[in-house]
Design a protein. Structure first.
Length: 668
């Protein structure tokens, strides 16, 4: 069996010369003079091939060709981001990409944020150690779909909510906004530093660079294109990086399967306990089903979808709630399972190669070593680029998110309320640079800690459950009021923090650990936090007076139609189905006083079943631009010809040229 796995596929993959493999007995060209036994020759040739592969692999790690590929990738990402920075001319563009993008583009961009930080290393390690069950963390998001699609997305979109703290103020008042801002900024800024440090460590292990050098390179690279283009640059660069990391991660997995002789051979080499989709319910302590479900499925996934400012800005960059729902479904049900294979497959292949006697590695190095074994120089550099893309795509989202929270929740309401948009855009760019600098300054602090990942996990477990519970109850339960929200965040956060110190950890978390030992506490602390935060919030809500319904219309589930009317501003909600109209665009100076209006032919209005005052989406005819050249307008009076007429300002914001072919779609 092992001889078969080391046979033909290995020779095809590494391109050994056919004439040398097929040299007749006694022919010195085969490299094995005087050996006539064909079986012995076969085994010796396999050994020679393995030695040659080892030499190639040693040269491949950090070779000049890999270095050039890596530098070229960095240059391409920065250039890509700087190019699309020209589409950011306002704070709406900088933070939300102009709310113009198509669902498929944001779905790919969002998956590169999901597969971020140390995902490749972390999940390949889990895949190497535990097998197929390493995909659990990417497959337990589905039950959040109804809350996201039917409640949260309509609220933030139709109420034009720009940040999570803003929602807290409008739903619960200023004290709740301040508390939420404090928690979220601490979380995001600390996470920026961790990502930069992780980037530096990745470069150190792969290329031998100093950690601070790698972290500084990441800081400068990400800062350049985030400063230039904000969310637009982040979305477009993350689109490219998302596609790259999916292709490369899947490529490493498929190359390993092919090298081993096919899926059946790969599957047979995995240990039996590595072939199950789920781990044991309450074992082992650090990788149990219930522990992963509590920490990741309940707390972290809820935080990522409802609290994470970076993902909230992704949702708000979409052109409509309908597209946001399409994006969420594609992201959670299609791309997330692919991402699970992408980040875990290297560990699976490394374990199969080790079981086959071809590779010696550790769990933490499994992805890098498997990629090094399977790839030529240059291709290995592309794999390294994909690994670093996962790191950059998380860091850029976090930096842009911190900038959004700072400007919209601190600077604009409390420092300078009535400044012009260009001033806020300048502050946003400056705060992006400061965030990156603070994150870089945190790297030496994190480097002095030997348990940084465990400390970060404990910190996020203390932050996310109270805020996730507050958002969850605030969205779904009208009786949940300001006092209950404050009690949930302050009381729940305090109890979770208390549970980190002995002997309180045993007293608090052991009843929630399902019989597991202290090693499970880092996971089960999330369940404890959700239960105590929810219990405090529900108790205080029942003990205090609820808010008037009229005050929270549009901020709770079940009030979507009212929110749509508020969003539209005037007129009835027109939800009659229609078809897009294809027209040429004309610049009309008469619309300078009303730049949000558009004039359309009567025939086009009939095709769309649109009425005067309806909201429209005007987009370049080229679908593959993903809405990059588009704008939202309002149907006004009938056009004098068969073109759509828009104002000069709208032409500039949409990046149209006079006479371009566009399609016009009625929203409602």
């Amino acid at each position: 069996m092992r001889g078969r796995h080391m046979g033909g596929p290995a020779r095809r993959l590494y391109g050994l010369d056919a004439s040398r493999r097929q040299a007749p007995a006694g022919d010195h060209r085969g490299g094995l003079p005087g050996i006539t036994d064909p079986v012995l020759r076969l085994h010796l040739l396999a050994a020679v091939s393995a030695g040659r592969r080892a030499a190639v692999m040693m040269d491949a790690a950090g070779s000049w060709l890999d270095f050039y590929v890596l530098i070229g990738y960095f240059a391409a990402v920065v250039g890509f981001g700087l190019y699309f920075g020209r589409y950011a001319s306002s704070t709406k563009d900088f933070f939300f990409g102009g709310q113009r993008f198509a669902w498929w583009l944001i779905a790919f961009s969002g998956i590169s944020t999901t597969v971020g930080s140390y995902s490749f290393v972390k999940y390949s390690e889990a895949g190497f150690t535990y097998g197929i069950s390493s995909t659990q963390t990417y497959l337990n998001d589905w039950f959040w779909i109804p809350i996201l699609l039917l409640a949260w997305l309509p609220i933030i979109y139709f109420q034009r909510i720009q940040s999570v703290p803003e929602y807290f103020e409008r739903r619960f008042g200023t004290p709740a906004r301040i508390m939420a801002t404090t928690f979220i900024l601490l979380y995001l800024i600390g996470y920026v530093g961790i990502n930069l440090m992780t980037f530096g460590k990745a470069l150190q292990s792969m290329l031998g660079w100093n950690v601070y050098t790698g972290a500084f390179i990441a800081c400068v690279t990400v800062s350049l294109y985030v400063y230039a283009g904000g969310q637009t640059s982040v979305i477009m660069t993350d689109l490219a990086q998302g596609i790259t990391l999916l292709l490369v991660g899947l490529g490493v997995f498929l190359a390993g399967v092919w090298h081993l002789g096919g899926f059946d051979s790969f599957w047979s080499l995995l240990p039996l306990d590595h072939r199950f989709i789920f781990s044991e319910f309450s074992a082992p302590d650090r990788f149990s089903f219930i522990g992963i479900y509590a920490q990741d499925g309940l707390a972290n996934t809820g935080a990522f979808m409802l609290m994470n400012q970076g993902m909230m800005m992704r949702f708000l960059a979409l052109r409509s709630v309908k597209d946001a729902r399409k994006m969420a479904i594609c992201w959670i049900l299609v791309l997330a399972p692919l991402a699970a294979i992408t980040v875990s497959g290297g560990g699976w292949v490394a374990r199969a190669l080790m079981e086959n006697g071809e590779l010696q590695t550790t769990a933490s190095d499994s992805f890098v070593h498997a990629a090094r074994f399977l790839c030529y120089p240059g291709i290995y550099g592309l794999v390294l680029a994909a690994l670093l893309a996962a790191l950059m795509s998380t860091a850029d989202t976090l930096i842009n998110a911190v900038s959004a929270v700072f400007v919209n929740d601190i600077y604009r309401p409390y420092v300078r309320r009535d400044a012009g948009d260009r001033h806020y855009l300048w502050i946003a760019r400056l705060s992006s640079l400061l965030t990156a600098a603070i994150g870089m300054a945190l790297v030496p602090i994190y480097m002095r800690s030997g348990t940084i990942y465990q400390a970060h996990g404990m910190f996020t477990a203390a932050v996310t459950p109270p805020i996730v519970v507050a958002i969850f109850l605030g969205v779904l339960w009208p009786r949940f009021n300001a006092k209950a929200a404050m009690a949930t965040m302050v009381g729940g956060g305090a109890l979770v923090l208390l549970s980190m110190f002995p002997p309180f950890d045993r007293w608090c978390i052991a009843p929630f650990s399902f019989g597991m030992g202290p090693d499970s506490y880092d996971f089960m602390r999330a369940l404890f936090g959700i239960v105590v935060s929810g219990g405090i919030g529900v108790a205080v809500a029942f003990a205090t007076k609820p808010q008037p319904i009229a005050r929270i219309i549009g901020l709770i589930a079940g009030t979507q139609k009212d929110a749509m009317r508020m969003f539209k501003g005037a007129g009835d909600i027109n939800r009659t189905p229609g078809s897009p109209a294809w027209l040429r665009v004309r610049e009309d100076a008469s619309l300078e006083a009303s730049p949000e209006d558009a004039l359309l032919p009567a025939e086009a209005m009939a095709v769309m079943t649109a009425n005067q005052g309806d909201l429209l989406y005007v987009c370049d005819r080229r679908w593959w631009l993903g809405g990059l050249r588009s704008i939202h307008l309002r149907a006004a009076r009938v056009a004098p010809d068969d073109c759509v007429h828009i104002s000069p300002q709208a032409m500039k914001d949409a990046h149209f040229a006079d006479g371009d072919t566009v399609y016009v779609e009625k929203l409602f």
